[in-house]
Design a protein around this ligand. Sequence first.
Ligand SMILES: [Zn+2]
Length: 263
Amino acid sequence: MKNLITVTLLGFTFLLIPKSTGLQEVLNYKVKTVVIDAGHGGKDPGCHGKSHKESEITLKVAMELGKLINLHLPEVKVIYTRKVNKFVELHDRATIANKNNADFFISIHCNANPSSAITGTETYTMGMHKTEGNLEVAKRENSVVLQEDNYLEKYEGFDPNSPLAHILFMNYQNAFMENSVKFADKAEKYMSEKTGMKSRGVRQAGFLVLWKTTMPSALVEIGFLTNSADEKIIGTAEGQKKIAEGIFEGFETYKEDIENVKK
Ligand SMILES: [Zn+2]
């Protein structure tokens, strides 16, 4: 009996060592690196407003967001997928985040809609689109791969024109979904608070640029360039600063939440 107890206790000890190490890692988890991705660039200007191009606005907001993180969270390393007006393929944007073991990936975009009345911000996480509208946003943002060489090889046969393709890879990022949504909720709340813009909420759709990342991630649509009121905000330096402040506060509170969880 005594031997049995000893063996059992030893067994428990061996079981506990790796478990407690894992727990310690969870408790000490810190958000150390963030990758900020300015959507589009170079030969791909993205969508257009009356007087602004998406690729210019996303770069300005991305740089502003990085500045805020450097200033207020100096312990976080900021990496940009582009700092100038150049073309970067979608899979390369994700690779930059993966190679640097980023803790979060934020992709910044401007929205467009056939109806000029549609206005506000939307933050997407990777997942199944619940409405045709969400699918249309993903298809538009993914269509840039048609300008890349050998896109069928690089994206495992993904055809951006096929709704089925969008459905097939919808669940790829489930493991990171919870944290991605946590950030997305906060980003939507604070962007709206800072700018007075309408929050159209947190949504899910299949974005290639998020699909290839191996960490929690979100794609922020900071407003509609097809809506003149939105363009007036996101097309100006003041509005871009406010949007960046909103995304920053979302990131800062997300970081606090994640780092204090279960402590
Ligand atoms: Zn875009």
